[in-house]
Every structure is written in C-alpha cells, then in structure tokens.
Design a protein around this ligand. Sequence first.
Ligand SMILES: [Zn+2]
Length: 314
Amino acid sequence: MAPGGTRAGHGATALAMPGRTCRSCGRAAASPFGSSSAAPRTDRCLRRRALAPRGREDDGVNLVERAEGFGVTVAGDKAALDAATSAPLLGLFADSHADYESDRPGEEPSLADMTRKAIEVLSQNENGFYLEIEAGRVDHANHAGNAKRAMTDGKLFADAIALADELTDDEDTLIIVTADHEHAIAMNGYCGRGTPIDGLCYDVAKEGIMHSDELVKASDGKPYTVVGYLNGVGSVIAEQADGTFAAPEGRPELTQEQAQDLDYVQQALIPKDSESHSGVDVALYAKGPWSHLFDGTIEQNVIFHVMNYAVNPQ
Ligand SMILES: [Zn+2]
C-alpha cells in the first residue's frame, strides 16, 4: 500500500496536477505562483496565503499570468477543469497537496476527474502522449498511521486506473500501474472471511463461510485491527512523565466502531513522529503494447487460479 502511478499513452507530455482548495487560507501574503487580478479561485486563494514557504520568495513574477501568456489554460477548480477543452492545461487546485478523498470538497476535482480531462486533451495530440497519475495522499495517510484514509485514497487510485483503461485502447496504449515504495504496514492473518479490512479482526467461523461475530483476542486479551504498522504515531509505547517510553496499561482496548472511524490511527510498535517507508517489494501491473516484458510479480491468489486451471483446463 503505497503511492502509485499509472502511465498511459504512446508519446510524451504530462498533465494533471493534484491540488487542494485553500478554504483555510485567510491572510494576505505572497503566492508561490505570484498574484493575479483575473485569476481563477485557486490563485486568489494563493494570494491570500501567509508567508511564502522557504525558497519561494515573492519576486513579483506571476507564474500563472506567465503561463497564460504562453497560451496555457489555467484551471482553479473542478468547473474550470471541466470547461477546459485543449492542452496545454495547468490545474492549480491548491498551493499544497490535494485533500484526502474522504475530505475532498465538491469544487475540487477528484483524481478520476483529472484523469478524464488529461486523457481527453492529450488524446488530441496525433503524436500520442505520456501521462503520469499519482495518488500521493496514500503515502501521507500511511505516514500518519491512518490506514482508512490510505485505503480510501487507494480506492480512488483504482478508480482512476479503471477510467484510464476505459478511455484508452489496449492496441496503442501501454498502461503501467505500480508504486515507488512500500510502507511499514502489514495485515494480520487468520481473520474470518468478511472481516472489515478497516476494522478489528473477527474470528473464523466454525461453521459456514462468513466470520463469527466474535473478535479475535491477542494474548493480552484485547482485540486487534486487521491492518497495523511496525512504527509510527500510533505506537502503543508512549512517552511517560519522566521521559521514558513504556506501555504501563498495555495496548489500548478498542471497539469495532472506534477502529473503523475515519480518523482512527492504527496501533504500531516503534514510536515515531511519522511512519516510515519500507523496503518491501512492490507490484507492477501492465497491459497494452509490450506489457509482456513486465514479468515476475503476481498476486499470491493467482497461484491458486493457475494451478486450478492447470488441472481443470476446461
Ligand atoms: Zn512518503
């Protein structure tokens, strides 16, 4: 579970810049892109931002206006993005990261919205195109130990991939889906079928297919979530008044409702301010021209299907 990208097209060019609307901005200041009187909503927001981040001094250059001067269409929200008809197109929906999908306001385009528009305008290039789409907030949610938002944004990424696949032709478009790294995240096993992946582990049923309604208890007598992290802010080892780290009460007790809350931070082992990346292998999936050159990593469950097909070819 890590940030990923899908690459489509048979030429080169890039678009789709995820962003976040700046509903919270309210102080006059310099924008990293400069100011503009006739700018889209985002640029107005950018103008109201507080002190420009380090390395983004206000040198009086308005990058949005400069872009427009070169014939670039600038979109500041979903409506403007929808109205755009051709490239070059620059989407500036915030001056920082996009919202998590769970928190995204209606005026902010989703990753799928940006994917649709990017393919729509880039497809007009008779030489083809290159498009990279990243669901970068998956990474941030993992760093925060907030598996639910990581999953929700992961689903958003899957939606964008499905749309890209729908809007392109396997005959002339190579689509690659992969990630640039993994996180220190893992899934506990032996949960009964139907256990919510964003919640506590239910026991395997003694009869029937679905899980029993009993929560699986660890050796400390407490339930545990399906998904957890090896390190992060959710560490069960907390800093004590004397500055040492310990877990005098053991792990926190949890209800299913608490575990499935959008803001729930998973339990972790090693205390860290931000959960880390990891060295675990990531998968790569591809379709289209030359995709057969990608080989060697498959989902574990595929093993069953291959073996089953081998013995039952009909
Ligand atoms: Zn990261």
